[in-house]
Write a protein that binds this ligand. Structure first.
Ligand SMILES: [Fe+2]
Length: 182
């Protein structure tokens, strides 16, 4: 058996409770062209729960128009189905509350469980939990939705998600939160 590689770092090297100034060759370039990170707190002003059909809602967290990526929490409020869809990009999800599964697979995701979806997958999301499910996700578009006969209905990409957010904010006098736009 080969020996494990020697690594210097086995734990974060600083535990000092202070801001540490670190070298950065490109400080000026980053100041000019870098993109700041973002933060979205818990209030409805920062990002409201927006209905997605009768029994589900989306709380938008980020829109990345360069890469057709978006982040949100999908809340299915009671046992129910979110229709059949096909992925053209990759999706990463963590179950926050309740439970969810796909009719096509044999697993059930509960709180803390990790879900990874890849281009080409077609599946039907359901929650059998009486309180439904909350799923945090980082998604890449487009996501194609189909009706129960398998007919294509619409392709959802970052523009659909931005429009979903902005339309609701306009109608409810909620200011557009710049933090959501990466
Ligand atoms: Fe999916």
């Amino acid at each position: 058996m080969s020996e494990a590689p020697k690594t210097t770092m086995t734990a974060p090297p600083s535990t000092a409770y202070k801001i540490v100034d670190v070298p950065e060759l490109y400080r000026d370039v980053i100041a000019r062209h870098g993109v700041p990170g973002s933060f979205v707190g818990p209030s409805e002003q920062e990002s409201p729960w927006i209905p997605f059909g009768e029994r589900a809602a989306l709380r938008h967290l980020a829109f990345d128009v360069r890469r057709n990526r978006f982040s949100n929490v999908l809340w299915i409020k009671q046992a129910g189905v979110v229709g059949t869809h096909k992925h053209r990009g990759t999706v990463v999800m963590i179950c926050l509350e309740g439970s969810a599964r796909y009719l096509e697979y044999d697993w059930v995701a509960g709180p803390g469980d990790f879900i990874y979806e890849t281009p080409g997958l077609v599946h039907t999301l359901v929650s059998d939990h009486p309180q439904g499910v909350k799923l945090f996700g980082w998604l890449e578009g487009p996501i194609e939705f189909f009706d129960e006969q398998g007919h294509f209905v619409e392709s959802l990409d970052v523009w659909w998600y931005i429009n979903h957010y902005e339309t609701y904010c306009r109608e409810h006098d909620i200011p557009i939160n710049k933090q959501l736009y990466l």
